[in-house]
Structures are given as C-alpha cells and as structure tokens.
Design a protein around this ligand. Structure first.
Ligand SMILES: Nc1ncnc2c1ncn2[C@@H]1O[C@H](COP(=O)(O)OP(=O)(O)OP(=O)(O)O)[C@@H](O)[C@H]1O
Ligand SMILES: [Mg+2]
Length: 133
C-alpha cells in the first residue's frame, strides 16, 4: 500500500472514492472498526464541503508515525471562495447553505488533531490527524 494517496474531488463519486481510500488506509494502519467509521465520516464531510462550496479540490491521505505509533493524516485542500469567519464556521449549527452545520465541528470532535486555514478568495485547507490506539 502506498503511504500517500491523492483523490481529486469534483463530484459526489469522488467523495465516495476519498472515503473508501481513507477507510482502506486506516484499516491497513490497524484502526478499530469504530474508528474506521469515524474517519470515513470525517473524510466525507470535508470532501463534501469541497464539492458544495469550492466546486473542486483534493483530498490527500498520508501515514503519520511517531514513537512506533501510526496515524492517518487527511488534508482537504481547495482554491475556492474561502471562509470569512472560520471561528463561526467551526460552531455547531452554523451553515451558509441550509445544512446542519455539523460537518466541520463534527469532524474536529472525532479526530485527534484538526486545523483549518482559510482565506477569502484564496481557498481552504483542512488538516486532520488521528492516531491508532
Ligand atoms: N471548503 C470550504 N470552502 C468554503 N466554505 C466552506 C468550506 N467548508 C465549509 N465552508 C463553510 O463553513 C460552513 C460550515 O461547514 P460545515 O461543514 O460545518 O456545515 P455545512 O456544510 O453548512 O452543513 P453540513 O452539516 O451538512 O456539513 C459552511 O456552511 C460553509 O459556509
Ligand atoms: Mg459540510
């Protein structure tokens, strides 16, 4: 298995592909079944945000290793409109599209590390990491 996978995200089928690739990589790293579901869901959410708000972008899946422990790194990157108020976007229930507004905060909760950098008219990069137990 390669230790880095890139999935171009343009449509719903790409969201499913990213989810499956992420799940497969995480399974290879020894994550529990419950964690696999959480990781797959978080990948779906950030990938879906790319389709919904930025039209296109990419998901990069990588292996992290520290002191003999393995983790998965998920980077979701786009050059879309960006987010004017990132703190607000991270609050439960905030949505500019009539969604539930749970995608970003929910993903943050289920991963160990979550970082979002966004600039209006430049784009958005979400980087999240989870360690296998
Ligand atoms: N990649 C992105 N580019 C631009 N704006 C984004 C991006 N991702 C999220 N946003 C903004 O942040 C808000 C919150 O995102 P979040 O995923 O938490 O909720 P949502 O997509 O509105 O609803 P859902 O619960 O269905 O995911 C979005 O409504 C949108 O305004
Ligand atoms: Mg969303």
């Amino acid at each position: 298995m390669k230790d880095e996978v890139r999935v171009t995200i343009k449509s719903d089928v790409d969201v499913v592909a990213a989810r499956q690739e992420g799940r497969a990589l995480a399974a290879h790293l020894g994550f529990s079944t419950g964690d696999l579901a959480l990781i797959a869901t978080a990948i779906s959410e950030v990938a879906r945000n790319i389709v919904n708000y930025a039209k296109q972008g990419e998901i990069i899946l990588k292996v992290a290793e520290k002191d003999g422990r393995y983790g998965i790194v998920v980077v979701a990157r786009d050059q879309g409109p960006g987010i004017a108020d990132v703190a607000r976007a991270m609050q439960d229930g905030h949505s500019t599209s009539g969604g539930l507004g749970l995608g970003l905060p929910g993903s943050k909760r289920v991963m160990d590390d979550f970082d979002i950098v966004s600039e209006v008219d430049k784009g958005t990069t979400v980087t999240m990491k989870k360690w296998a137990r």
